[in-house]
Write a protein that binds this ligand. Sequence first.
Ligand SMILES: Cc1cc2nc3c(=O)[nH]c(=O)nc-3n(C[C@H](O)[C@H](O)[C@H](O)COP(=O)(O)OP(=O)(O)OC[C@H]3O[C@@H](n4cnc5c(N)ncnc54)[C@H](O)[C@@H]3O)c2cc1C
Length: 702
Amino acid sequence: MRETEHTGVSLPAAAFACKGGWSLDTQFTESVGSPYLLAHGLGVPVVDAQTEAALPSAGRWRVWVRTRNWVPGVADPPGRFRVLIDGRPLAPVFGVAPDAWEWVDGGVVETAATRVRVTLRDLTGFDGRCAGVAFMRGDRPPVSAAAWADGETDARRHTFDLVVTGGGIAGTCAALAAARQGLKVALLHDRPVLGGNASQEIRVWCGGEARHPLVREVRNRFMNREIGAALSDRMRMRLVQDETNVTLYGGWRACGVERTPEHDRIAAVTARQTETGEPARFAAPLFVDATGDGWIGYWAGADYRMGREAAAEFGESMAPAEADRMTLGCSLMWTSMAANTEVPFGPLPWAEPAAQGVVATQGEWNWEYGLDRDVIAEGEAIRDHLLRVIYGSFSLAKRDPQHADRVLDFVPFNLGKRESRRLLGDVILTENDVRDRTPFHDAVATGTWSIDLHERAGGADFLTMCRQPLFGRYWIPWRALYSRNVKNLLMAGRCFSATHVGLGSPRVMNTTGQMGVAVGCAAALCLRHALEPQALAADPVRVAELQASIGGEFPGHPDPAQAGWTVIDDADAEQVLFQGNWKQGLHENGDHVGSGFRYAEQGGTDTWAAYTLPVRQAGMHCIRLTWNVYWDGRARAVPVSIRHARGTLRVTVDMRQGSGLWHDLATVALIPGIPAEVRIETEGTDGVVVADAVAIERIGDT
Ligand SMILES: Cc1cc2nc3c(=O)[nH]c(=O)nc-3n(C[C@H](O)[C@H](O)[C@H](O)COP(=O)(O)OP(=O)(O)OC[C@H]3O[C@@H](n4cnc5c(N)ncnc54)[C@H](O)[C@@H]3O)c2cc1C
């Protein structure tokens, strides 16, 4: 609660003590001026929000409500709500005007006491919104856009080794990787759950090659729109809470930076608690921007781009002839479900025209809008358009008696974004780096996803289609993960240094997670050796040290973890015999050895894969097997037999677990001249069986 101009009291809606069923929407803070409360009830009015206001004195007060009509130009706008003072409704219904955020006059109230109860009462369940309520002595509304950031108190000051802003998959991995290297890390995140697009709030599946064990721990294990994302959120939150070197500032939104006197470095990130507006200052020698929208870089004056490059600029065949402001669009993926009774919904005259004839009970990634709009400045309008088309198309579907029992189940209000600002590093990753798999000497992460660009599908303005050429594993250099002009700024996630086309692949979240691991490890090295990110890039010894601390194979550096192993891949025709019906698999999760893998959908005695083991020297050998998990259809109990010098050993493996990992099967004696084999069998299995690669490692004498 804050005084405005000493003439009144202003209550930010975000600070309401009891929010009831209203959701706290933080994503448009910069354009709206504050977070706000949203009555996102999917057509069912949400429970009242309530708080108490302490007025300087009793008497006559003019009440102002900061709100807007989110569907301009319709007869009966949907976002209607009332404001009650001590249980008595103010005369106006709010949410019907104006079209842009403003203080709306609620009339005069006479209060007998200095403490009054303020209630927000939703009337529709259709996304009414309120940013604040103010009590003013005169006839003028508060000067400030929102009370949230008024009444400046001294910012609390914190100092860390590293400040990571944005707790999506990239930021969470960055914070944990740095913490595991011993750094004291602050993780600032504006939502109550970690994971960004992968969280239960948006529910995007994590694609691309995970590669690093930390990414596997952090990622969403479920497919698009599945409620299981909530389980992954809990596991991710537990990881962060258990990591003593990470201090999580959940519900804190960064709102600016302080720069050093030379203006080429960040001294501190400033942030506000999303409910109370309480300010704080986070100082550190290094900062990671993992906000997706490149906010930290933007405030710090980092070079950035937004939009598409012309084809000629980097010689990109998939880029347009002329540069423009187009980006990938935003989505709200949604679902409905069957209730065990009829559930009325609609008709919604304010929404149905927006559906443009599309009748639907669910929507996937291709419900995408805003490719030609400014994803940051116009984010709220993009989100609102998508809400309107979802409600409209569902309302049309509900006219059909076969959908009488369908009810909206999941419609996010947090916008799923794919692309906005891209901060520029010393290298800008382009289409050609993905296509040609440029073997960067300073590679620190890999990608395997296709270059996944979208365009309008034609017809309705919210449907897109994609082009997805696939090029295999490529490399992301360290020089694309720090700012070229803000000396102590690292980036991870979709705001890293790439062209529009170059970003089309590495924007997927197992890859952004790898970027997080890389910047976390790099931050530790920079501090240990007193190097700035650019200086680290210039020192081949330090680059090699960085690659070693990340682990795994990089161009010119074989994976030390696998040194001494002999790997037999499904593609090694002379050593692997496939019997029965095996298909060739290549999926973009990339969790496979070599160029692909085989899989059998139907089990049977005559369907098996036999890997002949090359034995060069007698001894005890550790036998390992790797497979990948793409969805729950993998077989749970797959029989594997290991023929060795002293007989045959049988084990079973669960192919729903441990995607892309090497699993120890057994340690056995192998002797040259005595046949040795690993056979993956399928008889009696309850799902898809994968045959990818077997590894043997000699670990001692027999
Ligand atoms: C519909 C859809 C389908 C997609 N399909 C796939 C797919 O199948 N597989 C895949 O892997 N990827 C997919 N993507 C792409 C992927 O989800 C994005 O590229 C993702 O955003 C990248 O993760 P990130 O960590 O960089 O950013 P985000 O997930 O956006 O995380 C950034 C986080 O930072 C927080 N934040 C922002 N600003 C601030 C601030 N000022 N202060 C504090 N916190 C802040 C945000 O709340 C957000 O949670 C899809 C995207 C969409 C929208």
